[in-house]
Design a protein around this ligand. Structure first.
Ligand code: HEC
Length: 269
């Protein structure tokens, strides 16, 4: 039902009472327009107050209000941030010990050996180095250093019957016993190109990386003394205060027989 304001009804009654036909129909015609406007005004007046109280949130606002502040998948990433930061800062620092340690030097120079012994030490023109083979041939690192320094021809020339452990499992290795080929000398006295520090690095890399000696277990004492980045012997060879002929190192630059596992290492003079 359309509500007609009281003052209009009153005016209409007054005009009817005055008796004018035209004025009566004029009042009737004007009524709908006026009455239609009134509810609109009422709604407009009410709107601001109601909107503030009960206007529903759009879906995207609702979603923002109800979801967790940080999604759980992002929490995992955020939890790792301190570790990433730590690794990043560490990466910025110079890698003193590792980069200059014997094993790293060995890795850097192993290309000179890989053509005959294989990138992983699986063998080829040269003997197999991996799978503990060199540890069986050379239970003492000193004997391996002496062999790599000298090579096959120096052993033959000196008339030394075998290299490494003479009681080696599977029989002693003697010069040219593999495929008749010679192992080239690496040390300077026999025309080799490697420094003594580099030879130690190669031997460390072969023993601990390629042949699988356990640096934290059975071979820990040897590793600490010869192959750790902190090795005083490696530092001495690099700095020139020690050589393979230093008596305390028991390596020697002349070909000599190797020592059996368990026996005391003996350097021939
Ligand atoms: C031209 C091929 C050739 C190259 C290059 C070569 N070797 Fe050899 N290597 C041999 C041969 C052949 C033997 C076996 C020697 C023999 O029977 O007289 C051998 C034997 C060895 C052995 C003894 C293994 C055992 O258990 O008897 C070691 C250790 C070794 N080589 C280390 C090296 C290192 C370290 C290098 C790199 C500096 C190197 N070799 C480069 C051919 C090579």
């Amino acid at each position: 039902m359309t509500e007609i304001p009281e003052h209009l009804l009153k005016r209409s009654r007054e005009r009817k009472a005055a008796g004018g036909d035209a004025s009566s129909s004029e009042a009737a015609a004007s009524t709908p327009a006026t009455t239609a406007a009134a509810p609109v005004a009422k709604v407009v007046a009410e709107t601001p107050a109601k909107a503030a109280v009960s206007k529903p949130d759009p879906a995207y606002i609702k979603a923002a209000k109800t979801r967790g502040r940080i999604p759980s998948w992002a929490m995992a990433t955020l939890a790792l941030m301190p570790i990433f930061l730590f690794m990043y800062v560490r990466g910025l620092q110079p890698q003193k010990a590792e980069a200059s340690g014997p094993v790293a030097i060995g890795i850097a120079n192993y290309g000179a050996c890989a053509s005959c012994h294989g990138a992983d030490g699986a063998g080829g023109a040269g003997r197999v180095l991996k799978g503990g083979e060199v540890l069986k041939t050379f239970p003492h690192i000193e004997d391996m250093l002496n062999w790599v320094y000298n090579g096959t021809e120096a052993f033959e020339a000196a008339g030394v019957a075998s290299y490494g452990d003479p009681n080696r499992e599977g029989g002693a290795h003697y010069p040219r016993s593999y495929n008749g080929s010679a192992m080239p000398a690496q040390g300077a006295k026999n025309g080799g190109a490697m420094t003594e520090a580099q030879i130690l690095g190669l031997v460390c890399h072969i023993r601990y990386d390629i042949s699988g000696a356990d640096a934290a277990g059975e071979w820990a004492a040897e590793y600490e003394k010869w192959c750790a980045p902190t090795s005083a012997i490696f530092a001495g060879l690099e700095g020139g205060t020690m050589t393979f002929d230093s008596p305390e190192l028991k390596i020697g630059t002349a070909p000599r027989l190797g020592t059996t596992a368990g026996a005391e290492i003996m350097a021939a003079g």
